[in-house]
Design a protein around this ligand. Structure first.
Ligand code: AMP
Ligand code: GLY
Length: 420
């Protein structure tokens, strides 16, 4: 069969790489992809939110299955759009995508089903929010309701900061705002937990630890993710059980009551406080860069796994995993997550030789006049598998040394919590 992958990041290159190994898949098209996906598939430059155009091209290219990487088209309802066509699509529908599209939707679901999460208040009135925050304890967390590309969250240490946050949100920094969410600050350690679901059953899809801040030692601004490792150091059998029983099952059952059966990857963002899981956020897709650390560990056919989900037959498939550790460094354009230079040539990429446990997934790259160029904030992902995280790190650093890109930078301390 032919497939289409929507998205252009490192996550989508990793999906493309793994799906290209599938014995049931012939041709792969990436909408729009990057310079890395174009080496193994065919890129088609297209707006990922123009569903009609995606459908037209999918029919033209005889695409049987679409795999959706990023959240925006899911939240906009791409799965519902394709439901009445002959083209299969892997991802949650519009109702379920509210888990990521609306933080308030998720908080209300948590309240209804007793799902552990931080205490919260929702304010539709600016003055009432400000009054509440004048009498609160700090730190406190303030969030815009909708998608904000990781930017709509404020961790406030003072009344002044919290008032600024409320004003920015109501002033429309993240689009028109009818309300703000104010949350208790949870002190613990974060973990990303993943599942894959066919609407009837689901399976665990590994854990990871992201590094969201731009600076070493988890300092500076929030980013999409500067690196990750799998598995998380926090996971154990009893915690795993709590996450499934207290968070995932009630959520999927709650969605069923809203007439939505969850199909796709689900990313459960957790704060672990004294071995107890608290939900921080859901994402209705794989994480980026977590996906890049997780997919190379699969020893099964990802194409078969995904098709089994579209056909509600996930229970008949066994997902085999490598027991190796996996670590990813994200190479970024200097200046990210703020302003950075675009169209900078990266030298030597084609000369790098990788072993079967080493991977280079592209993100913001283009192939222009016979050269790889950096066109985005997060540009390359170097992933290595090994028996221990230290070896992973050393291998990745050796690869990075060979890349000649003076306008790039990366966090050198990825995995610092698991590497002594
Ligand atoms: P989110 O976009 O909801 O994942 O939030 C971005 C980041 O803010 C998270 O990865 C956490 O590091 C932090 N964060 C969000 N909510 C809380 C909370 N209630 N307590 C502590 N940290 C939080
Ligand atoms: N790495 C965080 C995310 O994908 O949202």
């Amino acid at each position: 069969m032919n497939i289409g992958i929507i998205g252009s990041g490192g996550r989508e290159h990793a999906l493309c790489f793994k799906l290209q190994q599938s014995k049931i898949i012939d041709k792969i098209y990436c909408f729009p992809g990057n310079a890395g996906t174009n080496l193994i598939a065919k890129n088609i430059d297209i707006d990922v939110n123009n569903f009609e155009n995606i459908k037209k091209i999918s029919i033209e290219k005889k695409i049987d299955l679409i795999v959706v990487g990023p959240e925006q088209p899911l939240v906009n309802g791409i799965v519902d759009y394709f439901k009445n066509t002959d083209i299969k699509i892997f991802g949650p529908d519009k109702i379920a995508s509210q888990l990521e599209g609306s933080k308030i939707f998720t908080k209300k679901l948590c309240k209804k089903y007793n799902i552990p999460t931080s205490k919260f208040e929702i304010f539709t009135d600016r003055e009432k929010a400000i009054n509440f925050l004048s009498n609160s304890n700090y730190p406190i967390v303030i969030k815009a309701d909708g998608l904000a590309a990781g930017k709509g969250v404020y961790i406030c240490n003072s009344k002044k900061e919290s008032h600024e946050a409320v004003n920015e949100i109501f002033d429309g920094r993240f689009g028109k705002a009818d309300c703000v969410l104010v949350e208790e600050f949870l002190k613990g350690e974060e973990m990303s937990y993943f599942i894959i679901s066919d609407g009837e059953t689901y399976k665990n899809f590994q854990t990871a630890q992201d590094h969201k801040r731009v600076g070493e030692g988890d300092t500076g601004k929030n980013t999409g993710g500067m690196g990750a490792y799998t598995p998380s150091r926090l996971i154990n059998e009893s915690l795993d059980k709590k996450i499934n029983e207290k968070i995932i099952k009630p959520t999927l059952n709650g969605l069923k009551k809203l007439n939505s059966k969850y199909i796709g990857f689900l990313y459960v963002g957790l704060m672990i406080v004294s071995d107890e899981p608290f939900l921080i956020e859901f994402n209705v897709r794989m994480g980026d860069p977590e996906c890049q650390t997780i997919l190379p560990l699969i020893n099964s056919d990802l194409g078969e796994i995904i098709i089994s989900c579209c056909e509600k037959k996930l229970s008949t498939v066994k997902i085999e995993w490598s027991t190796k550790k996996s670590l990813c460094f994200v190479l970024c354009s200097k200046g990210y997550p703020d302003k950075y230079e675009k169209n900078v040539i990266i030298e030597n990429l084609e000369k790098i030789k990788l072993t079967h446990n080493q991977f280079m997934f592209h993100a913001g790259t283009k192939f222009h006049e016979n050269k790889f160029t950096a066109v985005g904030g997060r540009v390359l992902n170097i992933v290595t598998l090994s028996d221990d995280f230290k070896k992973c790190k050393n291998q990745a650093l050796d690869i990075i040394k060979k890349i000649d890109w003076s306008k790039g930078f990366f966090r050198k301390d990825i995995g610092f919590k698991v590497i002594k």
